[in-house]
Design a protein around this ligand. Structure first.
Ligand SMILES: C[S@@+](CC[C@H](N)C(=O)[O-])C[C@H]1O[C@@H](n2cnc3c(N)ncnc32)[C@H](O)[C@@H]1O
Length: 232
């Protein structure tokens, strides 16, 4: 029997973006990035909802999806579970995490389907800047939210210029989804004012943990089909 709090380190690495630790506490897997607790897999419903909520707003098939932040692999695995997704690219800042995924250590993504999935070690901001009009869906879960950054260097992703770049990386009608550990109405309101946005939704997702309620959130923005397709 595994004790609830028995700690077992699966991997530890340090690089330019700080230290990353993958560990198991009893039956729970935890990820710590740059000294900040990034996530565990006690309840991954909202990481999975980031994929399902964005993809159900994407019409058609042969979808191309970009996920920013591999984490424990739950969002990526949920994207791959949708048979309409032809290609999934995942940009992950920590090269060690990409290596651990390849070794089968991530609970959300124990197997990597080589024909549909590409893992990249790098900053998702660079991927977005280098792929205009490319994606049907871009899913960002790289911080604990726009108000709780893991890396200060990610602030630009949520600034108007970064959001505009993310919207421009979408095909017409494509969907941008952003995960947050707190409701983010300011982000939703700002996204709605940006040229290139057709519609914005702010979804609040309650999760119970240890007898407490947490309100996580996902902001979903749909890119305009054409310049005439303004904010609804
Ligand atoms: C909370 S985890 C993502 C969880 C993931 N949604 C899941 O389902 O397991 C955040 C991840 O984003 C990565 N990250 C942080 N900043 C990044 C960036 N600018 N580009 C790419 N990945 C980044 C972190 O290293 C970490 O692996």
């Amino acid at each position: 029997m595994i004790a609830d709090d028995e700690l077992h380190e699966l991997g530890r690495d340090s690089g330019v973006h700080g230290e990353v630790v993958l560990r198991r506490r009893g039956t729970v897997t935890e990820l710590v990035v740059d000294g900040v607790f990034a996530m565990d897999d006690v309840d991954t419903s909202t990481e999975r909802a980031l994929a399902t909520e964005a993809l159900r707003r994407c019409p058609g098939a042969d979808l191309r999806v970009l996920v920013g932040g591999l984490g424990l692999g739950w969002t990526a695995a949920t994207v791959l579970a949708d048979p309409r997704v032809a290609e999934l690219d995942v940009a992950e800042l920590q090269p060690a995490l990409v290596g651990w995924a390849t070794d089968g250590l991530l609970p959300g993504l124990p197997e990597l389907p080589a024909e549909r999935l590409r893992l990249h070690a790098g900053d998702v901001a660079d991927t977005l800047a280098g792929s205009p009009s490319h994606w049907d869906a871009v899913l960002l879960d790289v911080d604990n939210g726009p108000a709780f950054l893991v890396h200060q260097s990610n602030a630009g992703l949520y600034a108007d210029a970064g959001l505009t770049t993310a919207l421009a990386a979408l095909r017409p009608g494509g969907v941008l989804g952003i995960w947050s550990s707190d409701p983010a109405p300011e982000l939703a309101e700002r996204l709605a004012t940006l040229p290139g946005t057709a519609a914005v939704e702010h979804l609040v997702l309650p999760v119970e943990r240890d007898g407490r309620r947490f309100d996580y959130a996902i902001v979903v923005a749909r890119a305009a089909q054409s310049p005439a397709d303004g904010t609804e």
